[in-house]
Ligand binder design. Structure first.
Ligand code: GTP
Ligand code: MG
Length: 304
């Protein structure tokens, strides 16, 4: 089509009535043909440069945009951290250094991705909640999970020495990452409640299990047998009667996990003339299962 149009133009130009002499016509014809040839060559080259014959393999990539108007959660979880924590001498049942390193890595992720409105972490996992209407990476699921997971992992290693000053990681830690969508406010609240309930169940079990081993001298098998079939009230009772531990007085970070949110905090002006408001990421260790947190932070659930 393009070549046809160009050829038509050459013939018209060449045999215009105003040009009378044959050699003038011939010269014009020759120049136009040369011009057409060089145009065609450039057109061919640029089209092959932009689209190689291999370009078609792009069609194998699948569309993975998250549904609009839904909460996007990216959760990262340590791979084989049962082994990793043992090999790196994590304190049992909880290692404050490890938990604060997790919080630091998660803070780095929130600093980078401003559309994360809340994060929740416990043990070797962290969940990042993106605003319902976020357009980051055009809501592409794999882009979101891989970027969050990659930054979290590199920050975990980057800040390791601040939390474990006397040791280096023995091998590179790995975190997996997944993206999950929650369409309603109730769904996202239930998701966070699920993770916090998991934190409570595991922490109560682990606190009792390790007290039986470290303080009462039971073997792991004996401690497991003793706790088999017990309810949370039974574990509270074992802790209190045998070890004088009031579980409700254990640090909130261990019982409830860590919630990261953005808060406006006053910071001093450099000239000392007063303060200005600055958005900062703050750590909370509060209950997210009941209504109180959501009543106090209802801006988190409303579209901004
Ligand atoms: P995958 O996630 O399936 O790869 O397995 P995992 O070994 O990481 O286990 P999972 O994620 O289910 O649980 C996390 C594990 O990390 C716990 O069971 C503990 O063994 C360990 N862990 C996490 N935090 C601490 C801690 O503060 N202290 C100790 N001692 N261990 C911890
Ligand atoms: Mg894990």
């Amino acid at each position: 089509m393009f070549i046809g149009l160009c050829l038509g133009r050459v013939i018209l130009e060449t045999f215009r009535p105003s040009k009378s002499l044959f050699f003038v016509r011939w010269e014009a014809f020759r120049r136009n043909i040369l011009g057409l040839w060089s145009h065609a060559r450039i057109f061919h080259q640029s089209s092959t440069m932009a689209k190689s014959k291999f370009e078609y393999v792009r069609l194998f990539e699948t569309e993975d945009r998250c549904l609009p108007n839904s909460w996007i959660v990216v959760r990262v979880d340590g791979k084989g951290f049962h082994k990793f924590s043992t090999e790196h001498d994590y304190e049992k049942p909880n290692d404050m250094r490890a938990l604060s390193l997790m919080n630091k890595a998660a803070t780095s992720v929130m600093e980078e991705f401003k559309d994360i409105c809340l994060a929740y972490g416990q043990s070797d996992e962290y969940s990042f909640v993106f605003r319902k209407e976020t357009q980051v990476y055009s809501r592409r699921s794999a882009k979101l999970s891989t970027n969050v997971c990659s930054l979290f992992t590199s920050a975990f290693v980057y800040y390791w020495s601040e939390h474990f000053p006397s040791s280096k990681p023995l091998y590179p830690p790995v975190f997996d990452g997944r993206t999950v969508l929650y369409p309603s406010n109730q769904n996202i609240r239930d998701y966070l409640s699920w993770r916090q309930a998991d934190c409570h169940i595991n922490n109560l079990y682990n606190t009792t299990f390790w007290a039986l081993i470290l303080k009462a001298g039971l073997t792991a098998v004996e401690a497991e047998q003793k706790l088999k079939g017990t309810l949370s009230g039974d574990k509270n009772e074992i802790l209190f009667s045998q070890f004088s531990i009031n579980y409700n007085k254990e640090p909130e970070m261990l019982r409830k996990g860590t919630i990261l949110v953005r808060r406006k905090v006053p910071v001093a002006l450099p000239d000392g003339s007063g303060t200005r408001e600055k958005s900062q990421i703050v750590q909370l260790h509060t209950d997210v299962i009941g209504d109180e947190f959501w009543n106090e932070n209802n801006h988190l659930l409303t579209i901004s």
